[in-house]
Design a protein around this ligand. Structure first.
Ligand SMILES: [Cu+2]
Length: 122
């Protein structure tokens, strides 16, 4: 698993909007960047048990609200340079949006962790 910084560099170099996360059979940590009033990547598929770190690299505060089936919650406000960490224990689809910048959205699909199969991350 590359470090957060190396992983970010990889994403930026490839200009990717969807991220593949390597790793076999263990929980991963994926970094989502907030920059220029946008979230990158805009779509993420992870495996239940994975952790997502949202990092504000923008010059303004953001506050993310996450909507899953039957549950909506907000992370604490993030100023420049601050991170918020969210674990995803349950499978399902999640819509992420910034309360201050409604165009700033992404989706996360959390897939089931099936023993013996390669993790379904991309
Ligand atoms: Cu925002």
């Amino acid at each position: 698993m590359p470090s957060h910084k190396a992983f970010f560099a990889l994403v930026m170099a490839a200009g990717m909007t969807t991220v593949f996360v390597a790793g076999q059979g263990q929980a991963a940590t994926i970094v989502v960047i907030e920059k220029d009033r946008a979230l990158a990547p805009t779509h993420l598929q992870i495996v239940q048990g994975d952790t997502v770190v949202f990092r504000n690299e923008d010059g303004m505060p953001h506050r993310l609200t996450l909507r899953a089936a039957g549950r909506t919650w907000s992370l604490d406000i993030q100023r420049q340079g601050q991170e918020r960490t969210q674990d995803f224990a349950e499978a399902g689809h999640i819509d992420v949006m910034c309360d201050f910048h409604p165009q700033m959205t992404m989706t996360i699909d959390v897939v089931k962790d099936i023993p013996g199969q390669a993790p379904g991350r991309y």
